[in-house]
Write a protein that binds this ligand. Structure first.
Ligand code: NDP
Length: 330
């Protein structure tokens, strides 16, 4: 038994190289479930691993891919049987543990989630960590009590993976969505996902430099951080909330305390990686019912394992539209 994998190595200058190799099955790391992988995907974090390692990978050679979906082939875990369709997101798989850019993975069963019947293995990777994180952001805003009647929800980095799926889910749930993008050429795409308003990213980042601006958004899904998050928070309505999950625009943000203490604004931090199993399963269930899967298809570019290395620098530059699905069989 063998496994076909995109095997990564790091040179002395930190540059990562990848070659597709056929390895004996016993090269896979330990774990109580073996999965025949069907699809993986490309996330921002994968871009880091595939270019410089991003400080995320501790041992080389390595197999990247923070997400995968497939069918259980062998299981010593009580919750899984051969034939189960499963998805894996996070748990530092693809960073510390070998990941999805291979035809098989051996992992802890505790990391796997059974796919709802409505979601195919391909759609699971069209969703991927990006889409599952979008769902977590939307769930945070809903648990805060924000209803569609409260006003528009701002989605930043809207044409990216997390942003695109957030726009589609929010629109499906009846929210008015204001999609902020640095790529005005993607306006028609964002409207097709359900955005009511498409904003040039600069409308937010170049808003006057004041700690409080006119109250405009009932909530925010932020994938960008930096000035974008600071200026978005300054425009959140009284008692509204922001769900912050990303740092595409930088890790720090030059914000003011005033939205929090004068408008009662709440900021939720969203982590998808180490989230316990319960809320993970809830998010995947919600994706099965609240994400318009027909819209999801329009966000997808499908590639084979051999194309992943070339796409990695592009996702880091914000040049990928929507979601990339990797068919590991080709
Ligand atoms: P993408 O690269 O697909 O999307 C990011 C988008 O952000 C880009 O498409 C672009 O959108 C916008 N953007 C990029 N650079 C800048 C910039 N300098 N200033 C302003 N906007 C910028 O990545 P993902 O959607 O997969 O991930 C988005 C972020 O969320 C990443 O930082 C990622 O690490 C994080 N993330 C966090 C998770 C968590 O668990 N907390 C899980 C998954 C992702 P546009 O062209 O529309 O402006």
């Amino acid at each position: 038994m063998t496994v076909r994998a995109l095997l990564l190595n790091q040179a002395a200058d930190r540059k990562v190289t990848g070659t597709i190799e056929t390895l004996p099955l016993d090269r896979l790391p330990g774990g109580d479930v073996t999965v025949a992988i069907e699809y993986s995907t490309l996330n921002y974090k994968d871009g880091l691993v595939l270019t410089t390692g991003g400080g995320l990978v501790k041992t080389w050679p390595h197999v990247g891919g923070i997400d995968f979906s497939g069918t259980v082939e062998r299981s010593d875990h009580p919750d899984f049987r051969p034939g189960d369709k499963v998805v894996l997101n996070g748990w530092r798989v693809g960073e510390l543990h070998w990941g999805g850019y291979a035809t098989k993975a051996r992992v802890k069963g505790d990391w796997l989630v059974k796919l709802p019947a409505a979601i195919s293995t391909r759609n699971a990777m069209a969703i991927g960590t990006a889409g599952y994180t979008s769902m977590l952001c939307v769930m945070a805003l809903q648990k805060h009590g924000i209803l569609p009647a409260a006003g528009e929800i701002l989605v930043t980095g809207a044409a990216g993976g997390v942003g695109s799926v957030a726009v589609a889910i929010l629109a499906r749930l009846g929210f008015g969505v204001a999609a902020a993008t640095g790529r005005p050429q993607e306006a028609a795409y964002l409207r097709s996902l359900g955005a009511a308003t498409v904003l040039d990213r600069k409308e937010i980042t170049e808003a006057p430099d004041r700690p409080l601006l006119s109250e405009r958004f009932a909530g925010v899904v932020d994938t960008v951080s930096g000035v974008m998050l600071a200026k978005a928070l300054a425009q959140v309505k009284y008692a509204g909330a922001a769900a912050a999950c990303g740092l595409a625009g930088g890790a720090s943000f030059p914000g003011s305390i005033l939205p929090f203490i004068l408008r009662g604004v709440t900021m939720y931090g969203i982590d998808s990686v180490m989230l316990p199993k319960g809320p993970r399963e809830e998010a995947w269930r919600r994706l099965g019912s609240d994400l318009p899967l027909d819209k999801l298809d329009s966000t997808v570019t499908e590639v084979g394992l051999g194309e992943v290395m070339d796409l990695a620098p592009k996702i880091l530059k914000g040049e990928i539209r929507g979601r990339v699905v990797v068919d590991v069989s080709r």
